[in-house]
Design a protein around this ligand. Structure first.
Ligand code: OOB
Length: 551
């Protein structure tokens, strides 16, 4: 017997929830209804473009409701969880909508995740099904899903796009155009409660494996609506989704969902690689795209080679996920011809954005301010005391779309949430104009161009190597990605170890490739702090010194 999902979910206090409703932030409607509204307003408009496939709003919502009926007929029930590991294609969007409509809850895994991450997520969320592509490039996702299903006994169904092998079921068939009319009314009758979970997002957590963040229909719809307003989305919007769509930024800030809420067109592209990216922008007349700083950099470099012609339609480039260097930010408008919108957000909720009409100084050198009047922000010192504007401190936040705890993680919640305030571990300065500047981080995490790597998770795996006595994973500066992962180790007497062995071992253990260390430093003894912890500050300085060009 699996527990209903809500048992692991930390609710908002009643008085806060009442205020969020009163202020009109929580509208008590499930996510799917917003897309149905857009479809009713303009059924023949193109909603979704994915490779050769184009779906109008009518086709999109009909497919989603037909799919909702089919997955329920298969045996899935509202509140059942499904692990979703799909790339940026139409199947992702239709399946996500089918889940939102039926009350089945997607757990948003990333295409890069492997056995190590997927089995953990499958077990924690007690997923009954896994949705994967048959393969991406030469990686067989279906085989991976089979392996995960074999270790996680609650998994009953594997759903695959493309070439499906038994026992998997064809997701393409489940998501096909409807045979029977009237699905909408039947699915309407099953509409999920707006306070129930719409999806699970993954935290870029610092403690071992990622935590699960429950986003309710009410809070997530507001996240979408509030960011769509600040990003200026309208029915004329053509949004390009190239970052993995299961990530909060391209999914809902305002991303694909925001575009579908306002009746615009969402264009799905599996990679931000500039040649195809630019061709797609030109062909579909894309008006807004989102990127991490490393991608923005690649686009600027590519534009220098090919000219700006293909970008004529692009009005806004959103950049977030990791700190954008000010020098790079200053190049966006002159070189790409689009307004930069910096986005400092988190899967846990709070989204800060620069406004499209902000002065250049704000757009170029800040990470913006909260998107909602309901977002409360404190900046505090190590003792939790508020610091004045202009002084760096740790950010704490709470608000109508920032949940009050991780799913089934009571001990961790005690540390990460204080009186409902979520501490992300980011060090920020709040300027007197309210804009935030991200100065650094006090969480043990490496941000590899937007991909978050928990140092503890990597260390836990490395400790399984017999040769390792002590291990410390730290970020090393990188001009393109901001940071990459460097592993420091102290070895057992007589043992030796090289980088390739560590990487091969971690791959063998089924760890996602972006978490593999890119440099190994073997020391006789790792430096310790006064309290006996490994001195990571010293190690970060050590590797930064080794990488700095000799003068
Ligand atoms: C986004 O979400 P996550 O959950 O992958 O990562 C959140 C963390 C933040 O706590 C911060 O450490 C870092 O990523 N971060 C930034 C940043 N945007 C995110 N650090 C500096 N500057 C920025 N602009 O990364 C995310 C979610 C929604 C929208 C945008 C990004």
């Amino acid at each position: 017997m699996t527990e209903p999902t809500r048992n692991g979910v930390v609710p908002w206090p009643l008085e806060d929830a009442a205020r969020y409703r009163e202020r009109g932030w929580w509208r008590d409607r499930p996510l799917g209804e917003y897309v149905l509204d857009a479809a009713d307003r303009n059924p023949d408009k193109t909603a979704l473009v994915s490779g050769p496939l184009r779906l109008t709003y009518r086709e999109l919502v009909e497919r989603a409701d037909a799919a909702a009926e089919r997955i329920l007929a298969l045996g899935l029930k509202p509140d059942d969880r499904v692990l979703v590991q799909l790339p940026n294609d139409w199947q992702f969007v239709v399946f996500a909508l089918a889940c939102f409509r039926s009350g089945v809850i997607p757990v948003m895994a990333l295409p890069a995740h492997r056995h190590h991450e997927l089995t953990y997520l499958a077990e924690l969320a007690e997923v009954v099904a896994i949705a994967v592509p048959d393969r991406i490039k030469d990686f067989d996702h279906q085989a991976l899903a089979e392996k995960v299903a074999a270790t996680a006994p609650v998994v009953r169904w594997i759903l695959t796009t493309g070439e499906t092998r038994a026992p998997a079921i064809s997701l393409d068939d489940l998501l096909a155009a409807p045979e029977n009319p009237g699905a909408r009314e039947r699915i309407d009758a099953l509409a999920p409660h707006p306070d129930s979970p719409a999806c699970f997002l993954l935290s870029g957590g610092t403690t071992g494996l990622p935590k699960l963040i429950t986003r309710t229909h009410n809070d997530y719809a507001y996240n979408v609506v509030a960011t769509a307003v600040v990003s200026g989305l309208t029915s004329d919007t053509v949004y390009l989704g190239t970052l993995p769509a299961s990530h909060n930024f391209p999914l809902a800030c305002p991303g694909v969902l925001g575009t579908l809420f306002v009746g615009g067109t969402a264009v799905m592209l599996p990679s931000p690689e500039p040649v195809r990216g630019f061709a797609t922008i030109a062909k579909e007349k894309v008006t807004i795209a989102s990127a991490v700083p490393a991608v923005a950099q690649r686009w600027i470099d590519h534009r220098r080679e090919v000219g700006a012609e293909s970008l004529a339609s692009l009005q806004v480039l959103q950049v977030g996920g990791s700190r954008m260097p000010d020098e790079l930010a200053a190049r966006v408008r002159p070189e790409l011809g689009a307004t930069l919108q910096q986005v400092f957000g988190m899967a846990e909720g709070l989204i800060n954005m620069t406004r499209l009409d902000d002065p250049d100084d704000v757009i170029v050198s800040t990470q913006g301010r909260p998107v909602s009047d309901g977002d409360e922000i404190r900046v505090v010192d190590a003792d939790g005391k508020d610091v004045p504007d202009g002084t760096p401190g740790l950010i704490l936040t709470r608000g109508p779309y920032t949940p009050r705890g991780y799913y089934r993680a009571p001990e961790h919640n005690e540390r990460a949430f204080v009186d409902g305030w979520y501490g992300s571990g980011d060090v920020v300065v709040r300027r007197s104009d309210g804009n935030l500047v991200v100065h650094g981080r006090e969480k043990d995490l490496v941000n590899r161009g937007g991909e978050k790597i928990s140092a503890e998770e990597v260390e836990n795996i490395v400790y399984r190597l017999e040769s390792v006595e002590l291990a410390a994973a730290v970020g090393m500066p990188d001009p393109v990605l901001g940071e990459r992962l460097c592993l420091y180790v102290e070895l057992r007497p007589g043992a030796d170890l090289d980088l390739e062995t560590v990487r091969a071992f971690m791959t063998e253990e089924g760890v996602a490739a972006f978490k593999l260390p890119e440099r190994l430093e073997v020391l006789d003894t790792l430096p310790l702090t006064k309290v006996g912890k490994i001195d990571k500050k010293l190690l970060r300085e050590d590797v930064a010194g080794k990488l700095a060009p000799a003068v």
